[in-house]
Design a binder for this molecule. Structure first.
Ligand code: AMP
Ligand code: MN
Ligand code: MN
Ligand code: MN
Length: 287
């Protein structure tokens, strides 16, 4: 292609990680797509937690935006070696039976966990915690984020970050372990639904470099496709580290903001650190 066209292709803005109020975001799928288009995003993946209900509306909204392509996705809660990991599925068929059934089961577990979180919070004097958190959930999942918003609005914490730190993080009174789906099974759902599995925000897990290498090896051997090398607010040292790891393990590289809503001003759609050179992007075979 001519030079100008090549430049244009190089500048394509991919944001492959975002949420709506179908999970723990605050925008509707239509609002999300419109905002992404305004921010100059050309390829947007909607990746709500354990639910695909927003995809149809997002597709309709994307059809009205000439410059924006929507990738149907999901961010799946996984338990690996006793820890929670998030695995993104990109380009999934949201109607796929195994995926649909598996996600419904995860949402059921979320609900059971939520009841226990509610009881624990009530045991330290937070009234009506379960019903309160429920009222912040506009979709089909109950997230710790909904508890956090409830706690903030009822003056138990100053902001969502502090609500997590004080009540909801691992080790705090409102933290309840939940056994999510296994890594292999999750990759099976994604691949079975025609998608690509990507490890979300690898820098956010508290795991050492040996364990990280074990994870990447197992992930790749189970059919995983890539890792999120560029996430919303990571630094260039982290990006270089995961770019190298992706190449070492023959994995593709993805990028996404993990946008949840305009309230989190430090994470914006399409606002991503430059994609590193020398990585194979997860979209290399997309057309
Ligand atoms: P859950 O999947 O219900 O356990 O909730 C996890 C979600 O909570 C993540 O997807 C984040 O959106 C949010 N979250 C986790 N930790 C924090 C934190 N320290 N501050 C703000 N939000 C957080
Ligand atoms: Mn979230
Ligand atoms: Mn996540
Ligand atoms: Mn996310």
């Amino acid at each position: 292609p001519p030079f100008a066209k090549r430049l244009e292709l190089m500048r394509t803005i991919y944001d492959l990680h975002s949420h709506t109020l179908e999970s723990d975001g605050t925008l509707t799928p239509t609002e999300l797509v419109e905002r992404a288009a305004r921010m100059g995003v050309q390829v947007l993946a909607l990746t709500d937690h354990d639910v695909t209900h927003g995809i149809a509306e997002a597709q309709q909204a994307a059809a009205k935006e000439s410059g924006l392509q929507l990738v149907p996705g999901v961010e799946i809660s996984v338990t690996w070696q006793g820890r929670t990991l998030h695995i993104i599925g990109l380009g999934v068929d949201a109607e796929n039976t195994a995926l649909v059934t598996g996600l419904a089961d995860l949402r059921q577990r979320r609900n059971e966990r939520g009841r226990e979180i509610g009881q624990r919070l009530e045991s330290i004097g937070v009234e009506n915690a379960y019903a309160g958190a429920r009222s912040y959930s506009h979709g089909d999942i109950l997230s710790r984020t909904h508890f956090a918003r409830f706690l903030v609005d009822n003056n138990y914490a100053k902001d969502v970050g502090r609500a997590f730190k004080k009540y909801l993080s691992n080790g705090k009174v409102g933290y309840v372990h939940c056994e999510w789906v296994g890594l292999e099974e999750c990759i099976g759902w994604i691949n079975g639904a025609g998608g690509q599995a990507v490890i979300a925000h690898p820098g956010r897990y508290a795991i050492g470099s040996g364990t990280m290498r074990r994870l990447l090896g197992e992930f790749r051997d189970a059919g995983g496709a890539g890792i999120e090398v560029v996430c919303g607010n990571n630094n260039s040292g982290e990006i270089d580290r995961f770019a190298r790891l992706a190449n070492d393990f023959g994995l593709l590289a993805s990028c996404g903001s993990d946008f949840h809503g305009p309230e989190q001003h430090w994470r914006e759609l399409g606002r991503l650190t430059r994609f590193p050179e020398g990585c194979r992007p997860v979209w290399q075979d997309w057309h």
